[in-house]
Every structure is written in structure tokens, then in C-alpha cells.
Ligand binder design. Structure first.
Ligand code: MG
Ligand code: MG
Length: 260
């Protein structure tokens, strides 16, 4: 969406503040023995307690043959994105890494954000993978400016990950957001500076680098949603909704304790 009024802007920022708070609260429940289904139940409760609606529950993305059946996407280890916590019951184990991807609707405005966190203590390479993916998100955000192009963001994310030895998942990426979960333009995580659609004043985007510890190839599970790494190695995912304005770019879904 494009933010055109002060009311829309205030609603967007409030939506993001709420989502950031819910995601940070969910993070505190990530521990060995926690089930992914419990995380979904909690996510839905926290959103509804705040008077808002889950944005993913019942949403059918382009290309899908059924609506998404949960509030939260929970993707563990080799699961890349869109793991369905209500259909793939799984208990988190110490050393796992888990991506929590969540959308909510506040006053009609949709925001989208994801974090990947360790369950207890994980191995050094997984820590590196998560740090690199998060750094790529911030690098992408820093490349977003009014008058720039989609390719500036894509290039920044690609370059940030290129020097790490991890691979970028090319078929998945960011998107505009606000009126719907997924809006045009698509924001690839690889690309060339100065190419693609121009970034206009008030544009709301969800940027979401996804990186794999091994090869970049992913496969879609029979459930039609869960992407998995083809080589079975781990994957990480970070996402923020941002607002691009002449005065600068705002991280809409910033979490309360997040420093950037
Ligand atoms: Mg998301
Ligand atoms: Mg998204």
C-alpha cells in the first residue's frame, strides 16, 4: 500500500508496534519441549487479546490451492518458510533454529514480520546463518529510499549474503503489504541496482531475506505450503515491514528490545 494520510500512517505504525510486541512475546516461549502448535495458539490469542485479527489465517496466496490454516508460520531447521504449525506437529528440541513468521491486521492495515531464533543453545554455524540473514535484512532496509528502485534493495541483500558463504533462496522474497498480505511489487533477494519498479513516497514493503546453510534449492512439501531445503541443511529468515518516506525509512515492525 501507499500511505497517503496521517491516519493511515498512524494506523500502520500502531499495527507494526503491536506485531513487534507479539513476536517478541512469542520468542520468550521458544524453548526445548515447546510444541509448534502451542506457539500458534499463543500467537492467535495475543493478537486477538489486542483487538486485532491474524492476517495469515484463512488467507490464500497466489498459486496456493487452499487457505492457510494457521495464524503463525513456524519453520524449523530445514524448513525454509510457511511451515504449518497446526498440521506439522513438532516439539522444539535444544539446538534447533525456528523461524516465526506472523501477520496481523489492525484497523484494516496488514503488517508482516519474521524472526529466526535458537531453541536453547545452537551450533556456531546456525548462529552465523541467523546473524547473516538478519544483517542482510538491515542492509536491504538501508538501501530502500524514495526515488530508488526495487533492484537497489535486492542487490543490497544479495551482496550482504554473498560474502558469508550462505546461499540466497531466489524463488522467495519480499513484497508490498498493507491492504493485502502480498501486493506488487515482489522484492527479490537477488538483483541489480537501478532496476525494477521505482520506490515511491509512502510505499509499505515487507523485506524478507531467506538464506540457506547449504545450497539454495528448495522444494515444496506435499502440504502445498512448507518449503524445505533440498539438501536438508538449515535455513534462516528475517522480515520487517518498512515505510519508505522522503524523511527516511521507518522499521514499522521493530520489536521492543530490537536495536538498529
Ligand atoms: Mg512474513
Ligand atoms: Mg512476507
Amino acid at each position: 500500500m501507499i500511505i497517503r494520510t496521517a491516519t493511515q500512517r498512524a494506523d500502520l505504525l500502531e499495527a507494526g508496534r503491536r506485531l513487534g510486541a507479539v513476536l517478541e512475546a512469542l520468542e520468550t516461549y521458544v524453548a526445548p519441549g515447546m510444541s509448534v502448535e502451542e506457539l500458534d495458539t499463543l500467537a492467535e490469542k495475543l493478537i486477538r487479546d489486542g483487538g486485532d485479527e491474524p492476517a495469515f489465517l484463512g488467507y490464500t496466496p497466489g498459486g496456493a490451492n487452499r487457505a492457510y490454516p494457521a495464524t503463525l508460520c513456524v519453520s524449523v531447521n530445514e524448513e525454509v518458510v510457511h511451515g504449518i504449525p497446526t498440521e506439522n506437529p513438532r516439539t522444539l528440541l535444544a539446538g534447533d533454529i525456528v523461524s516465526l513468521d506472523l501477520g496481523l491486521t489492525h484497523n484494516g492495515i496488514i503488517v508482516d514480520s519474521a524472526i529466526t531464533v535458537a531453541v536453547g543453545k545452537t551450533d556456531e554455524n546456525s548462529e552465523k546463518l541467523m546473524r547473516a540473514t538478519k544483517a542482510a535484512l538491515y542492509t536491504g532496509i538501508a538501501a530502500a529510499r524514495v526515488g530508488g528502485r526495487v533492484g537497489d534493495i535486492s542487490h543490497a541483500i544479495e551482496q550482504s549474503l554473498a560474502k558469508t558463504g550462505f546461499s540466497v533462496v531466489e524463488i522467495l522474497g519480499g513484497h508490498a503489504v498493507g491492504d493485502a498480505v502480498h501486493e506488487e511489487p515482489f522484492i527479490p533477494n537477488v538483483g541489480h541496482k537501478g532496476t525494477g519498479e521505482e520506490l515511491e513516497e509512502g510505499l509499505v514493503l515487507a523485506l524478507e531475506p531467506i538464506a540457506n546453510a547449504g545450497r539454495s534449492a528448495v522444494v515444496l512439501a506435499p502440504d502445498g505450503y512448507t518449503f524445505l531445503t533440498k539438501d536438508g541443511k538449515r535455513s534462516a529468515h528475517f522480515e520487517h515491514t518498512i515505510l519508505i518516506e522522503k524523511g527516511g525509512t521507518t522499521i514499522v515492525t521493530r520489536r521492543p528490545s530490537e536495536k538498529f
